[in-house]
Each structure stands twice: as structure tokens, then as C-alpha cells.
Write a protein that binds this ligand. Sequence first.
Ligand SMILES: [Zn+2]
Ligand SMILES: [Zn+2]
Length: 413
Amino acid sequence: MKILFNLVSTVALIGFASAAFAAGGVVTGPNVVVPDRYVYYPGTEVLAEEEVRVIACGTGMPDQRRGQASACFVFEFGNGEKIIFDIGSGSMRNINALMIPAEYLTKVFISHLHTDHWADLNALWAGGWTAGRPVPLEVWGPSGQTPEMGTAYAIDGFMRAFNWDYQTRSYKISPVPGSITVHEFDYRAVNEVVYDQNGIVVRSIPAIHTGDGPVSYIIEYAGMKLVYGGDSSPNKWFAKHAKDADFVIHESFANPEYFVKDYGQPAQLAWRACCEFHTSGPSYGKIMSEINPGHAVAYHTMEEAHQEMLLGIRTTYDGPLSIATDMMVWNITKDGVKERMAVSPDRASGVPGPTRQPPPDRSIPDPMSDFIKSGEWGPGFNAQNEMLDEFSKKYDLEKMDWREKKPWYKPTK
Ligand SMILES: [Zn+2]
Ligand SMILES: [Zn+2]
């Protein structure tokens, strides 16, 4: 039996009684701790072995805003594994707000190659590198009708586009975290296993969205079935293979009127965008009524359109539902789903993990020429000598003082 705690956002969206739910639990005295009924503070809760925590790190449109990034959902499993499903534009700042050490964020599954589903891979790649990730990233994603439309081609192009970044960081920091291992699989696979490690199985089903290639993922863990749907219009594979899942994420779009008014789209585009290559509210509800999930999550629409979309969904579905916003969190067990919001400081970033990075690669050509080095302005560098001397003593770096090779170096003593 599913126990549901998801009333808060639904009630707030409908626009009444939200004040009654504003704080947590019963407070029995003036000097006691308020129970965290609606808040998840990242990094403060250990998952049970058979539990999964899902955090929405992007729920919006390709034109990411400060308050809503593009598609991204982080899955944390009770066995310690973490997998990022889609990493759309702007989502990395939300991922970082979870304060997870970079070395645990190495696995990314991409549903399709629209930028709003993978464009922040660059921020994870370089940001995680700088934040201490000691290993390469691994990316799973679908093939396309031709090699040039597949994930491996995209990552190859990514590495060429960011070659300068790769070369300079490899020389200065470490080359290892800069490589990406790609696992491309056939987008036509229907419910076939594309990942099977440490008790987590991920299957892929085709999606229908603007061209061949997009997929959705079905995740099995601890006897539960969870589904991450990338962009798709209603399709038979989803209706069949997501059936009876414990937790289902699927896109849902605002109605066409909204895109005409808010996005200035011509009507002939608006009614295809929402309803031919995406899924509208009423269609989303129809899908959920068919698959009857333990809990349904809708995402991929601007927050200001949520109420209208919710009304559309409710014309065809009356089951458990979250309209996802960035930093919404779900704890999922066989007993049910608990929805909360993650609360984290704007300036949080990943915290250090236990592993140190391998050394830099000095066998590759120095990416800085003598011409540029000759421009180093000594007085500016020497101005920090006192601070650096102290640091060097504290960390026992006296035998590896990088300043000694510099023509401008004037030691303080
Ligand atoms: Zn798309
Ligand atoms: Zn999208």
C-alpha cells in the first residue's frame, strides 16, 4: 500500500489552506525542535539500504531561469550509488547545492541530446574536476539513426569543443578526471538492460520526440520500479513498461494557449510543441491513469503555468502526483513516497570526499609558451610572498617551491 505525503504542493497550487501546512509537526513547548516534515537538509540524512532519494535539480524549459533549470534528476540509492538522469542547462548549480562530493557524481544517463537535457555536462565535467573528482565521468545514452546522431558522437564533439580546457587542466591538475567513458546503446531497445551494477538495473525504452534517438529509463532497485521519462509524446512503450511502477517521472507541458501568450509562439507551432512532440496535461493524466503508479511526477513546464497544467492533468488522472519544482525531493521505499523540499544555501558547493586526484600529466606539451611566461609581472607575484612563505611552511612545500624557477622571484629573506 502506498502512503502519500504529497498534499503540500498540490494544495498550495490550488491556492487554499497552504498556511495550515506551512510549518512542521506539533510543537510541544517554546524551546523544542520543530520536526522537519517538509524540509530536507542535504547531507544530513543517511538512506536506508532499501530506500531511494530523488532530487529534482532541473524541471523547466530550455530557456533556463535563475529559479528553474532545465531537466535533471539525481537518484541516490541506499547502497551508496548515485546516478544523474539528464543534466540540462543550469542544473549543475542545483546539483552542487546537494553538497555531494564530486567523486560520487560520476554517472550520467542522458535521455536525448537536446541541450535542455545534457548541456550542463560541461559544468559537471570541469566543475567536478576542479572540486576534486579523481576518476573519469561515465555517460550512458542512446544511439541515433546514424552515428552522427548518437551519444558517442556528441561526447566526441564535446571533447573537441573543450580541448583547450582539457589540455590545460590535464597539465596543471590531473588528466584522469577529464576523460569521459561513453556507453552508447541502441535507442530501439525495448525494455532491455543498459546497466546492471551493484543491485541497480536500468532498462531503456524508446521515446517519441522530434526524431529517432530519445529514450526513457526504467530503474529497478530493492524490489522497486522507478521510471525516468525524458521528453516524449504519449507512447505505447511507456504505457506498457512503466505500468505499476512505484515512482514515475514523466514530462508534462503547459497548454498551447500558454505558449502563444507567454512565449509569443505562433499558434501553429504552439499546438504541435505541447501536443505532438511533447505531452500535454490531459495526455499526461491519461498515461498515469493507464500505468497507475505509486506516485507520479510531472516536470518540464514553467512554474507559472503549473496551476493550469495541474487542472489539465486532473481531467484525466486523480492519483498521487507532484508537479515538480527545482529542489523537490522524494524518499521512496516499498512503503510509499514522501515529498519534501531541499533547503540549501545558495553558495553551497560539493564538499571534499576521501580520495585525492592523481597527479598532473607533465608529459604533454606545456600549454603555455615562453612568450606568455615572459609577460609575468614580478612585482605583482612577489607581493604575495609573505603569505606563500607561511603556507609553504605549514604544508611542508619548501622543497617544491614553484617560485624558484621564475626569473622575477625575489625571496623575502
Ligand atoms: Zn527534447
Ligand atoms: Zn526537454
